[in-house]
Every structure is written in C-alpha cells, then in structure tokens.
Design a protein around this ligand. Structure first.
Ligand code: FAD
Ligand code: MG
Ligand code: MG
Ligand code: MG
Ligand code: MG
Length: 577
C-alpha cells in the first residue's frame, strides 16, 4: 500500500474491485456526497474535483439559502431567488462530477455503497432504486423536523424547513385572509381563521413571526381593511424566553418589540396536542389551555432523518440524535465515512485518555521527566489537539502552563520545574471538565477586536462563514485536497512541532463562532457578534441586508434577492397566491 491513514483505507477497497489493469495510472478514488445543503455544497465548492471521481446525491437539485426562507413565506423574497441549481454550481467543475437526483435510503458501510431511490418516482423497470459505491463517503444529510410525537402536529401544522414548506405557508396565509373576507363569516370565526400561531420561539419561529407582522402592517391592512382588526399572531415557547440561545439582551429586546407590535408571546407553555381547529398547551401554573387557530407553524424541534437513524443502528451509535465524529469529522469506527453539518456532532477527545502518549511525545530526551522547556515546546500542539486545556486555564485565570503545574505540584520545584508522569497527570486532571464548552467558545477571542468602531466591511468578512455546516464543508474539502501530502498521519494524536519538515497531519476542525442575526420585523434586527458585541435596531437591519446579500452563493441569486427587496420597498409584497 502506498501510505497509511486515510489513504490506506481506500487502497484496500481498490484492490477488491481490481477489474482494471494494474499498470495503468491508479484510478481516482470515488467520493460520494450525500446532500446539497449548506454542508454538502460548501464541501463541493472547495473540493478539487480533478483529484477524485465525485458523485453527488440529493433529492433536490438545488441549494437553498435557508436563512431567507422566512422571507419567502410572505413574498418578501421569491423562492426562485434563494435557490441555486446544483448543476449550475457543478458546471464550473465540469469533469469528474456526477449528480443524481435521488434520495439515499440506506448506507451500507460494510459494502462501501449507498442505496438510492429516484426522487421523481418509479421508472419503467418498476422502481427507481440503484446502488452507488464509494471509497470515501461524505454524509451531509442535514436534519428533519421533530414533532416529539405530539398528536396532530404532522397532520395540522406547517413546517419551515424546505423551500416547498415556505411556498405552502405563503399560499395558506393568503387563503386565510381570503377565507375570512367571505360573506356570512361570524366575527368569532374571523378571529379564529386569522389567528396565526407559531410553535417554537427559536430564530426560525421568531423570524417568521416578524415577517408575518410586517406583511400584515405593510401590505395586508391596506388590501383587507375590513378584517385587519381580527388578525393575531402568537408565539408559543416552552422555555422562559424566546431566542434563548442568544444573548439575554437580544431576547429582552425582541420580547419588548413584539409586545409593542401586538405579537403575543406565551412563554412557559408546552404544546401537547393540535387538532384541526384547536391548539392545546400546558403550563406549570395554568394547567391545560386550548386556543382556536387558523394556521399553525411548527418550528419547535430538530429530528434525525430515518437513513441516519438506520446507519447509527448499524454502527452501534444508538441512543443518539446525530452521528458522532472525531475532531477531523470522520465518523467513529468508520474508516472512510465523514459526516458534516446538522447530521453530525464532534466528540472532543479527553486529554486524560491519551495522557501517556502525550507525555512520551513531549519527553524528547526519554528522561522519564518533563522539563519546563519540553512542556513549552509542545503546549501549542496540545492546545490545538485538546482545546479544553486552554479553556480551563482561561476559566482559572491562569496565564500559562506554569501556573497549571505549580498548582498541581506546589512551589517546591521553583525555577527548575521538572515533572514526572504522575505529576503531569495531576496537573491536567481537571482540564477535561471543559470538554463540553469547546465548540461554542473556541476562537471567539480571535475577533474580539471587532468592536463598534470597526468598518462594516470587516464585520461582513467575518460573518461570511457564519455557519457550522459551511465551515465544516470547507474544512473537509481542504483535507481532501491535501490528502496526498498528509498520507502519514492524517489525524495524528498531535502534530508536535520540530519533528520534521512538513506538517504531517491536519489540525482538528475548530468552529469559529462569528455571530448570529435575528431579524425582528419593521426594519429592525438584532445581532450578536463575538467579543460581547450586541447590536440592535435599524442600523442592524441594514447590516443584515448587506450580510445576507453578500452571503449569497452566486451573483445571480444575489441580484435576485436584492431586486426582490427593492421591489418590496417600492411596490410592497405580492399578495396573490
Ligand atoms: P441541510 O442544509 O438541511 O442539507 C441537507 C441536504 O440533504 C439537502 O440538500 C437535502 O435535500 C438532502 N437530503 C435530505 N435527505 C436526503 C436523502 N435521504 N438522501 C440524499 N440527500 C438528502 N443557520 C444559520 O447559521 N443562520 C441562519 O440564519 C439560519 N436560518 C435558518 C432558517 C431556517 C428557516 C432554517 C430551516 C434553518 C436555518 N438555519 C440557519 C440552519 C441551517 O439551515 C442549517 O444549520 C444548515 O442548513 C445545515 O446544513 P446541512 O448541510 O447539514 O443540512
Ligand atoms: Mg448538506
Ligand atoms: Mg440548506
Ligand atoms: Mg438541515
Ligand atoms: Mg525529559
């Protein structure tokens, strides 16, 4: 075999399928990508497709810019403006990329193949099923909605996950208004039909509520003056606050703004049942309450796709919601399968599990003890591999590794600090307590300079990659592009500086948290940027416009989105269904 690590895994597969003559140039490895959402598309965009034979499988032959989906529900932006045909994106790559519009329904890790079904239904032979084999599989299937098995939700609620969902919502909103405008409808009935309920106070639910409210006050009141007083928008949230993943200031700002706008926010209520005209919810203090409604949108939970569920069963990752990967995004116990985006999560390795290896690698002179210099030489690598070390030191207000060691062994060793394995273990014994906080806080400090005074253009640049899924796709593509150079230890335990010329392995993936936005309607938005930078109000809305325009995947969609916004400013939204 030509190398170790990642490449070796694929070599063995290549030998099994040895129909090609062996003297020819080695055949390209087959990379199969499942999904064309954020993660899959950003992987494809950055992958050097001339190095691989790439097959892309997704039931939708387009990428959808999900952050603008709520705007589609009210016609602020047209559906066509936020989708980019996947074949158009792949066109630039030309050779070596094939797209199949199909749904993967089974991943067979032992045969290194995926089972797929045509998305447009059965074909002439009776069915549209086929199999695609791979050397490397990139799973980017995203997530699905989760109803928590609440009775009636599937049948009676709308969702906001796909472009089709947003279009359905748009049609139904208009339908409700037309229905309530018909003669012989009682006031009570009108109130019911025009009661729009959003279940779930996360960013999606809040954005939808804000869009609905804007649509209402800017367009519908003029078009349906007779019924405007019967309209009501309600958000039901099980937690104590809406937007509880944001900074508290943003949650409060949003709640006050919604109150002023007349959007009712019911916090502390859990929906337990949805019938065709009643939503039943429960709270600790008030017990069960039922309210009549005209339209309900469920955005309360994320669930696992059946194909991921089945795959996790196969590989023994049971009782999980998403696939577990290592820090290099490779699925645990699966040699050549990677998972990125919403369908995966990284498990950060504990340093105590590798403590002897780390000690040995640091102990260059094999003395059985580590001097301060030996530790200092590797501390950077240790912090890259185990970010919890840095986080722990920060949480304890320690400036460098010396403090950590002093803490463990006392001051006795003074200047010539030397530690043996037991003392080294003792010094690091508590750092793994920070493992849980690794993804969210990593590298926030890096852009803490991003203060109010900075030019807007800088912020835009920082925000460009604001999604975990997109960052992971980009990272994984880089790894695939450089796989040849990193044959030896693509995912070594540590890089360990000074052990040779080039880098032998990749740095583990680290998410850069670059802030988040919550449009609140009425040309206002809230933004949370790293470094405790919170911004709210009208100027933030302009920031939002520019960021979202700049984040579009192509100039075509960018133009469409901007012209939709302009059209809306001048002529208002199109209210025909
Ligand atoms: P997805 O983008 O969901 O992609 C999954 C892909 O897999 C799709 O192409 C799908 O068609 C395909 N697929 C599904 N089933 C199969 C199958 N069986 N076989 C093959 N392919 C399949 N995040 C932010 O950071 N900021 C925001 O402002 C924001 N706003 C959002 C607003 C809305 C309304 C929604 C729904 C989400 C929003 N998100 C936002 C979340 C963001 O969209 C997700 O985190 C991101 O899409 C995850 O990317 P992904 O590639 O893992 O999954
Ligand atoms: Mg994807
Ligand atoms: Mg998507
Ligand atoms: Mg998704
Ligand atoms: Mg030594």
């Amino acid at each position: 075999a030509s190398g170790g690590g990642l490449v070796a895994y694929a070599d063995s597969a290549g030998e099994n399928a040895s129909s090609e003559p062996s003297q020819e140039a080695p055949r390209k490895k087959k990379v199969v990508v499942l999904g064309t959402g954020w993660a899959g598309t950003s992987f494809l965009k950055d992958l050097d497709c001339s190095k691989y034979e790439v097959k892309v499988i997704s039931p939708r032959n387009y990428f959808a810019f999900t952050p603008l989906l709520p705007s589609v529900t009210c016609g602020t932006v047209e559906a066509r403006s936020i989708v980019e045909p996947i074949r158009k994106m792949l066109e630039k790559k030309r050779k070596d990329v094939t797209f199949y519009e199909a749904e993967c329904f089974k991943i067979d890790a032992s045969k290194k193949a995926v089972h797929c079904r045509s998305a447009v239904g059965t074909n002439f032979d009776g069915n549209g099923d086929f199999m695609v084999d791979y050397d490397y599989l990139v799973v980017a299937l995203g997530a699905t909605v989760n109803t928590f098995n609440t009775p009636g939700v599937m049948e009676n609620c709308y969702f906001l996950k796909e472009v089709e969902d947003a279009q359905k919502i748009r049609r139904n909103v208009i339908d409700c208004f037309e229905k309530a405008s018909l003669p012989n409808i009682s006031e009570e009935e009108k109130r019911k039909i025009l009661h729009f309920v959003i279940i779930g106070g996360g960013p999606t639910g809040v954005e939808f509520a804000a869009e609905m409210h804007d649509f209402l006050v800017e367009d519908l009141v003029k078009l349906y003056p007779a019924i405007q007083d019967f309209v009501k928008i309600t958000i039901i949230q099980s937690g104590e606050h809406i937007l509880n993943m944001f900074d508290q200031r943003i949650a409060t700002f949003a709640e006050i703004k919604f109150q002023r706008d007349g959007i009712e926010v019911n916090t502390g209520f859990r929906v337990v049942k949805v019938s065709d005209d009643l939503i039943t919810m429960k709270s600790k203090s008030l017990g069960e309450v039922s309210v009549p409604y005209g339209m309900a949108v469920w955005s309360a939970g994320v669930g696992t796709r059946p194909v991921i569920m089945d795959f996790m069963q196969q590989i023994g990752q049971t009782n999980r919601r998403v696939l577990a990967t290592n820090e290099w995004l490779r699925v645990h116990e699966c040699d050549s399968i990677y998972a990125i985006g919403d369908c995966a999560s990284i498990t950060q390795r504990k340093i105590m599990d590798d403590i002897s290896t780390v000690f040995k690698m640091a102990d260059k002179d094999n003395s059985g003890t580590l001097t301060l210099k030996e530790i200092n030489d590797v501390i950077e690598d240790i912090c890259i591999r185990y970010p919890q070390v840095e986080l722990y030191m920060k949480s304890m207000h320690m400036l460098d590794i010396r403090d950590l060691i002093k803490d463990a062994i006392g001051d006795s060793h003074k200047e010539s600090m030397v530690v043996d394995i037991e003392e080294f273990k003792k010094a690091l014994s508590h750092v793994d307590s920070q493992v849980k906080s690794v993804p969210a806080t990593a590298q926030v400090a890096f852009i803490s300079i991003c203060k109010r005074s900075l030019a807007r253009v800088n912020i835009l640049r920082f925000l460009k990659l604001c999604q975990v899924a997109a960052q992971q796709g980009h990272y994984l593509a880089e790894c695939f592009n450089k796989m040849d150079q990193c044959k030896e230890h693509p995912e070594g335990p540590l890089r360990m500086t000074g052990t040779g010329s080039g880098r032998h392995n990749f740095r583990p993936f680290r998410y850069k948290h670059l802030g988040q936005f919550a449009p609140l309607g009425g040309e206002q938005a809230a933004a949370e940027l790293p470094g405790d930078w919170v911004s709210m109000g009208h100027s933030t809305q302009w920031l939002w416009y520019s960021v979202y325009a700049s984040k579009q995947v192509s100039w075509r969609t960018r133009m469409l989105v901007v012209s939709d916004w302009t059209r809306r400013f001048i002529f208002g939204r199109d209210s025909s269904r």
